[in-house]
Design a protein around this ligand. Structure first.
Ligand code: KG4
Ligand code: ZN
Length: 343
């Protein structure tokens, strides 16, 4: 059973093909980085047009890479939200068109659910698991009970963690996307050089906050010359503050689950920020403290891609969950609102 997945919700045109035995047959991602670079961030209209320009070619390349044709595909999945609506429409219309022409079932995939389920493809994780979903648009801790069955434990009350990385990187003159550039710059830096706040540390519950951190970075570098050493020290200090803050929130999530006598099979991290090596090391320790395994997809499957959409589509498809072609593209679609029709 092969499923084709299309991802176009932000600035990557991703096409993936997976099978039920957890094999990845194709993973092609066309990045729009160059198109958005002059603006220092993603421009929605530019993104939508760029998806439209390349999506045919990316699908053709995925089929070529896998040696398959559309007649081998059992179902088509596409991200139908949340995300930049122009891009979401390009991918979902393409998915629906393939479905209509080839008479294949169509599966509407929530982008966050695609991130949330990827570790089941890459690490064979069973339900229920604790999930940190950390990306450019989201930062949440969730209990994943099953496909379409998510309980939100905490979320950011202001900025997403990826947004914090991106905005601070911009202030430091590093460029976009900020997360990977901060990670590289931090390698030569002293994480203790700048005393940055650890937002929400010790607070009840497991909500996050990152806007204060961003303001602190701005205040500390104001009027300073951005020498390579200053940039590296600030990158290391920021990465360390973010890791401390997330680690504290994750500990609180485990404490809540313990109190409720809710066991989990694993602690999973997903979303672009989960590609961060320092963060992965911290999260691994927290999982160990709680006697569960830590799992995160390889970095290239943490950031946006079509494979995760194909996999989430496959998970839904094998539960008999398909969608009509009248399904809407949605700019906003929280994960807790994704329902498995059988729930
Ligand atoms: O999941 P994703 O590709 O797109 C969204 O759904 O938002 O996440 C993109 C975010 C960006 O903010 C980017 O800076 C961040 O993930 N990111 C990282 C790393 N790689 C990507 N943040 C920290 N360290 C990284 N290595
Ligand atoms: Zn994403």
């Amino acid at each position: 059973m092969l499923v084709l997945g299309l991802e176009t919700s932000c600035d990557d045109t991703g096409v993936g093909i997976v099978d039920a035995d957890r094999n990845i047959l194709a993973n092609v991602v066309a990045s729009q980085l160059a198109a958005h670079k002059p603006y220092g961030g993603v421009v929605p209209e530019v993104a939508a047009r760029a998806h439209l320009d390349v999506i045919d070619g990316v699908i053709a390349q995925a089929l070529k890479e896998s040696g398959l044709s559309l007649s081998d595909i059992a179902a088509v999945a596409a991200t139908t939200g949340p995300g930049l609506i122009g891009g979401v429409m390009v991918g979902s219309m393409m998915g629906k068109a393939i479905s209509a022409v080839r008479k294949l079932p169509f599966i509407s995939v929530n982008h966050l659910e695609a991130h949330a389920l990827t570790a089941r493809l890459t690490n064979d994780i069973d339900f229920p698991y604790l999930l940190l979903l950390a990306s450019g648009g989201h930062c949440q801790l969730l209990l994943v009970h099953g496909v379409g069955d998510y309980r939100l434990l905490g979320r950011t009350i202001d900025d997403a963690v990826g947004e914090c990385f991106d905005k601070c990187a911009k202030m430091l003159g590093l460029g976009y996307p900020g997360g990977p550039l901060i990670e590289v710059a931090a390698r030569d830096g002293d994480p203790k050089k700048f005393l940055l706040p650890r937002p929400m540390l010790g607070r009840k519950g497991c909500d996050f906050s990152f806007s204060g951190l961003k303001t602190s970075v701005r205040t500390l570098i104001e009027g300073q010359t951005l020498t390579p050493i200053l940039v590296s020290d600030m990158a290391a200090s920021l990465q360390s503050a973010i890791a401390d803050s997330i680690a504290d929130r994750a500990r609180h999530a485990f404490a809540i689950l313990k109190e409720e006598k809710q066991s989990v099979t694993a602690f999973v991290a997903a979303g672009g920020v989960a590609a961060n090596q320092k963060l992965r090391e911290r999260l691994t320790k927290i999982a160990e403290e709680n006697n569960v395994a830590f799992a995160a997809p390889p970095p290239e499957l943490c950031t946006d891609n079509g494979v995760m959409v194909a996999w989430a589509g496959l998970e839904r498809f094998r539960l008999g969950l398909t969608d009509g072609l009248d399904v809407r593209a949605r700019p906003r679609w929280p994960l807790e609102e994704v329902r498995n029709a059988r729930c």
